[in-house]
Design a protein around this ligand. Structure first.
Ligand code: G3P
Length: 216
């Protein structure tokens, strides 16, 4: 499973990139607005210059024609940009047109197996089931990831499954066990993935023992 970072925070992206475990980045309008930056294009270009892998940037219009127009502009920002398009009828229409133009699409706001299948059939390179938001309304977000992975495997779809709306480290474990190709995680969750109290205790003990030895 690959890990993408789900953020528009440049410092977090730089720090995560140094760990050598991040293959891509996903952003959305909410994440960019959290950074207080309205210069979306500049933010995405900066991220693309730090991370050579896929960087998702979302369209913010609703009609298919407008999505296609905006997506083509976004795709021209950098060679590694992937355009995020919502799983609506307009989004499917835009996705199929963009796929024919070889523009990579990440079908976002995906909440059902049907939406994921339609996204794949329209030619999306990625579909993003939103795990946390389904859990929020009492549904089984990771169950959806599992179903999409199984169905895509069965029909040999090339579309990659991104487990999105990841809220905690246990979601990452479940995404890996569900066979998600990618989990896109907030920086906080990435740091949770690294941590284990026994590692900290072990490091402290080794250092203490080594210190005592060197003082003898
Ligand atoms: O990857 C999608 C993500 O940014 C949405 O997360 O926590 O707002 O549901 P959340």
């Amino acid at each position: 499973m690959q890990i993408f970072l789900d953020t528009a925070n440049i410092e977090q992206i730089r720090q995560a990139a140094r760990l050598g475990v991040i293959s891509g980045v996903t952003t959305n309008p909410s994440l960019v607005s959290q950074e207080g930056r309205a210069d979306y294009e500049a933010v995405v270009k900066e991220i693309c210059s730090i991370i050579p892998g896929p960087v998702s940037a979302e369209v913010v219009v609703e009609k298919a024609k407008d999505m296609i127009e905006q997506a083509q502009k976004i795709a021209a920002w950098a060679p590694n940009v992937v355009v995020k398009i919502p799983a609506t009828a307009a989004g499917l229409e835009a996705t199929s047109t963009l796929a024919k133009k070889k523009i990579k699409v990440n079908m976002t706001l995906c909440f059902s197996l049907n939406q994921a299948i339609l996204g794949a059939l329209a030619g999306a390179s990625y579909v993003s089931p939103f795990v946390g938001r389904l859990d929020d309304i009492g549904e089984d977000g990771m169950g959806l990831v599992r179903d999409i992975v199984d169905v895509f495997d069965y029909y040999e779809f090339d579309t990659r499954v991104i487990a999105a709306s990841i809220r905690h480290a246990q979601h990452c474990v479940s995404a890996a066990l569900a066979g998600a190709h990618i989990a896109t995680v907030p920086y906080k969750v990435l740091t949770q993935m690294i941590q284990h109290p026994l590692t900290d205790i072990g490091v402290a003990r080794f250092q203490g023992d080594w210190q005592r030895l060197s003082e003898q």
